[in-house]
Ligand binder design. Structure first.
Ligand SMILES: N=CN[C@@H](CCC(=O)O)C(=O)O
Ligand SMILES: [Zn+2]
Length: 412
């Protein structure tokens, strides 16, 4: 099936060469074609150019996209989309003055979600997660990473990862899965965290890896959670199973996690709300993608990752939703892009690069996703008639998406 879009007001993120990420000053460059055509064949991007040069033969369907912008679908490289229940009571507690840390210390936070998830059947967990996936697909996300980490026992972690696997089987969206057994220390191990780290390394990780249920390894490296030494031990064990690190670091404190993650070949380091100069230095000239999570900062009222400073230092930068019940109960990448522009002071070009090609890189998908490049997946967002692409983050909170195409098929 060959589908031709013509008269596209502007086709965004057009890359002739298959670059895998953009960094520093190049992030301000968003290559586009005005009055463009785009040819897709089945699930693949075949060709693009100026409408006047559009092919005329062997086309099954021609779509006039006058006034509309087309861009590659969003790549959300950091989510916890599979979870059970919600935590709106903690949201109210925070409004009334408690901090995220105080709530966690009272047994709330991640441990609260873990208790609910342990008591939820795999079927129910699948049904709850599926609803969220349906919603985020409608909002233009075409590739997503999903973590475990609300199980914290072998049984419950495997349950989460099996649900991720079922979502992979049943949905056209690309899904990457990450094992995050080291998300919080379970209550039973409160006084013996080392025993839990040992259990992750010796018992849970081998089961996850042997069942081929994860592609990446994650650790919440933070005071009160897991130390740099804990993280290093877990990453080294995971390396034996070829699981690459994508880690939670520098959310509340800068404790040296970034340097250690880079030394362990992390694909990405995520959160980065609190950054020292040495953390930025550690990321220079490496293959590790810094990932900011603006909705987490918004929802928890904590600092935003210093995106401006990182990009001005020459680093690449990606943005993701962090969709989870505690710190970001939204999986809407449109809101992520707008919040990154408004609060991190990055331009629409930088934000769109961060949410497409760099997001794809941060989950190992930049060969197939994240740009309009021949041979890549036909995963597209077709906007309503809008004045310019800058209107997308400007008109924050409103949906300007008319149609979403995944693998060449209109899904919403
Ligand atoms: N910070 C660690 N994990 C999640 C939040 C988990 C929760 O509060 O449930 C995050 O990325 O923000
Ligand atoms: Zn997270």
């Amino acid at each position: 099936m060959r589908t031709l879009y013509i008269n596209i007001k502007e086709l965004l993120q057009v890359r002739e060469e298959n670059i895998n990420k953009v960094s520093g000053k190049n992030m301000k460059v968003l290559p586009t074609i005005k009055n463009a055509y785009l040819l897709i064949e089945d699930d693949i991007i075949k060709d693009f150019g100026a409408t006047e040069d559009a092919p005329k033969e062997t086309i099954d369907k021609v779509i006039d996209a006058s006034g509309k912008i087309i861009l590659p679908s969003w790549c959300d490289s950091h989510t916890h989309l599979v979870y059970a229940g919600n935590r709106e009571q903690e949201f109210v507690d925070r409004i009334n003055g408690l901090t995220y840390e105080e709530i966690a210390n009272k047994g709330g936070g991640i441990l609260n979600s873990a208790k609910t998830l342990q008591e939820t059947s795999e079927e129910d967990l699948y049904e709850q997660s599926k609803k969220r996936l349906d919603t985020i697909i409608k909002s233009g996300t075409g590739a997503i990473e999903i973590k475990s980490g609300y199980g914290l026992t072998a049984e419950a972690e495997l349950k989460m990862l099996k649900v991720i696997e079922r979502l992979k089987q049943n949905y056209p969206i690309a899904i990457k899965s990450t094992f995050l057994g080291a998300h919080a220390v379970p209550k039973e191990y409160k006084t013996d965290k080392d025993a839990y780290v040992k259990k992750i390394i010796e018992e849970i990780l081998p089961q996850v890896a042997n069942a081929k249920l994860a592609e990446y390894i994650d650790v919440f490296c933070e005071d009160g959670y897991f130390s740099v030494a804990d993280m290093e031990a877990i990453l080294k064990a995971a390396d034996l199973f070829d699981l690459k690190p994508k880690v939670h670091v520098n959310q509340f404190n800068a404790i040296g996690g970034i340097k250690a993650a880079v030394a362990n070949n992390a694909l990405s380091v995520d959160h980065l709300e609190v950054m020292k100069d040495e953390d930025i230095e550690a990321l220079k000239n490496t293959d590790t993608m810094p990932v900011g999570l603006p909705l987490c900062s918004y929802f928890l009222s904590i600092p935003y990752a210093p995106a401006r400073k990182m990009i001005d230092s020459g680093l690449p930068f990606a943005i993701a939703t962090d969709y989870n019940p505690g710190s970001s109960p939204s999986g809407n990448m449109n809101l992520v892009v707008a919040t990154a522009c408004i609060k991190m002071r990055i331009t629409p070009e930088e934000a769109i690069n961060a949410a497409t090609i760099n997001g794809a890189y941060a989950m190992g998908l930049s060969d197939t996703h994240g740009s309009i490049t021949k041979g890549k997946k036909a995963n597209l967002i077709i906007t309503k008639e809008i004045p310019s692409y800058g209107y997308l983050p400007y008109d924050f909170g409103n949906s300007n998406i008319e149609e979403v195409v995944l693998d060449g098929i209109t899904v919403s």
